[in-house]
Ligand binder design. Sequence first.
Ligand SMILES: [Mg+2]
Length: 451
Amino acid sequence: MTPLPDDVTTPTAETPGTPDAGGTPGTAGTRAAPAGTRAARPGSAIRSAEVLVSSPDRNFVTLRLTTEDGVVGLGDATLNGRELSVVSYLTDHVVPLLLGRDAHRIEDTWQFLYRSAYWRRGPVTMAAIAAVDVALWDIKAKVAGLPLYQLLGGASRTGIMAYGHASGRDLPELFDSIRHHQEQGFRSIRVQTSVPGIDAVYGVAAQPSSSGRYDYEPAQRAPLPAEEDWDTRAYLRHIPRVFEAVRNEFGPELPLLHDGHHRMTPIQAARLGKDLEQYDLFWLEDCTPAENQDALRLVRQHTTTPLAIGEVFNTVWDYQTLVREQLIDYVRSAVTHTGGITALRRILDFAAQYQIKSGIHGPTDISPVGMAAALHLDLAIHNFGIQEYMQHGPRTNEVFLQTFTFEDGYLHPGDAPGLGVGYDDEAAEKYPYQPAYLPFNRLKDGTVHDW
Ligand SMILES: [Mg+2]
């Protein structure tokens, strides 16, 4: 935890109602205070910024901002497997810049943090900026006495359709997992399965949990990352048969999703998309490595299976070609890794012009704070598509006090002022940081492959 700098000099607040002179020319003979350093409302300057690290079911990094008048805002800064890099970025380079700033100047603070560092983008930087942005939105909504979605334009729908993660080592386990999700209320389901000849496959739980759930948690608490194996040809042969079996068992109505996890070449992804067309997927996700936007052009030329990508993207620039050329159908970015609500809203507004919808990233490494931010955005935007919902474990829910609900397949952020998430320090102290890594992949001949 970052110590609270109690001795921070806080700029004097202007008279209430007086326009902030920071952005307007000063009167002759007076000197305007630097932009962004003065509170527009008495008491709204940021008094403290704490970087909180806890590991209830997994590692989480949370930023807690408190204003002079005691309003608290939370932001999620969790970067799976690289958590402490964001802690350092926040503690060493962002927190000192926040103290004394007006918490209500969200746009100015975002631009200040993004542009003033000179070194732009990247997951560490953008997760840090996201945490600040979301915490400021939380504060603004609490001051307004409104749930955050009201400040984003109000509700565009009554609930947020969520999809869950079903997986199995074979078809009986997979069917069992799908049924379990349906019993929980899920109306849309992601399907991941083992592949004959491959020992460990992304998205497939090694065994059912004591509760009967096939939960999959890729980040393992260990000093070194786990090694998995991969064979794309075996995967391409197997997956269409699995979807055929699932459709035969569960019928044509159930929306089904699948994640390729960035492992195919463009022509391999094109073939899979083509092979899966008859099973009417809601989307095929992350079919190729995401850095190469042009790869999706080739995939698109060959298949009408809807495409989703973007969970590893950090800014709107990663989407330029994909959106303008309508090469994707769903934006997969997380609020947490894309610079916050301010930035993701812009990406989704850009995407909306091209009939591309949202599919905000929501695995368990997005903390309940990041999840709540996604839900407020989901409820407000017009081009909502679907929300990933992996469900956090009981220890996480003990640390993060939540008001959002999941009922009959639909999420809702709730109507508490702000994000609707609290942080229990006492509970968090029971779960200190533990080193954890995402796995990596090798092909049969030992070559490192995309994980
Ligand atoms: Mg994915």
